[in-house]
Ligand binder design. Sequence first.
Ligand SMILES: Nc1ncnc2c1ncn2[C@@H]1O[C@H](COP(=O)(O)OP(=O)(O)O)[C@@H](O)[C@H]1O
Ligand SMILES: [Mg+2]
Length: 292
Amino acid sequence: MARRGKHGFPDRIETDLAVKVEGAHYVYPNGQVVALSGVDLEVKKGELLGVIGQNGSGKTTLTKLLNRLLKPSSGSVYVNGLLTTDRTVQEMSAHIGYVFQNPNHQLFARTVKEELEFGPRNIGTPEDEIASRVAEAVDFFELAEFIDEHPYRVSFPTRKLVGIASVVTMKPSIIILDEPSTGQDHQTTRIINSLMRRLAGEGTTVICVSHDMPLLADVVERVVVMRDTRIVADASPREVFADEQLMRTTNLQAPQITNIALQTVYPLGGPIALTPKELAADIESRLKKGQR
Ligand SMILES: Nc1ncnc2c1ncn2[C@@H]1O[C@H](COP(=O)(O)OP(=O)(O)O)[C@@H](O)[C@H]1O
Ligand SMILES: [Mg+2]
């Protein structure tokens, strides 16, 4: 029987879930700003989840509860079955990797290489394993030419990749990315897109907070929508982005492709397109049918 923490919740639970949040409220102590009001969220191991919502809706606060940077004002947060409240950020960092929205809040080493080595070393990874993980990350994130640079001397998109890579080298079973493609260029967005696919293929649980609807439409299987401190929808990207009323009431924009599909081919019947490829295939098949 698990010991009870001081908040009355079991210290650990038997679960197949990566994340289990129940009735979480959060009030920022300064100014008493309510940031979360009764959030419930379950994330399965290996799931690829997108979190969307207007600025200030509570997305970042929710993710900070998961990695224990914040403790819920009430309610419970379990990560890999462990109640986060009674554990340290350091202990949770072996389970859950957190990529900050702003890399300037995360990076502190003198070189890109040291930055990539720090995380795995900090959780006791053997040196030869660290070296091979760093080499792999340098290759994947295309960082070879920056390896000896100071992280603050490289461009913002590259610095953001360094922030992501420095968490990936820890190989946590869960990774949170907060706005990974914000402020990115085409090349870095492409790397982030393939990273999310790769992590999912490896069985890593990925939680991606983002305003980048085309990215989410392309890679995630589930989208949680937040509005004003609460989760107001939780469904597939196709269901969420096709729900025009939901998009309107949350002040969010579906991917342009979905909007075009909604206004043109969708009223004729058929599934709603999320990506340029899907819309092109849909139009092509309609044209072919029309020609017959
Ligand atoms: N450090 C803080 N102190 C006080 N209020 C905060 C702090 N961080 C965020 N907030 C407030 O909490 C609410 C949720 O913010 P946040 O979780 O950052 O939303 P999002 O990530 O969706 O933009 C907002 O009202 C925001 O102003
Ligand atoms: Mg945020």
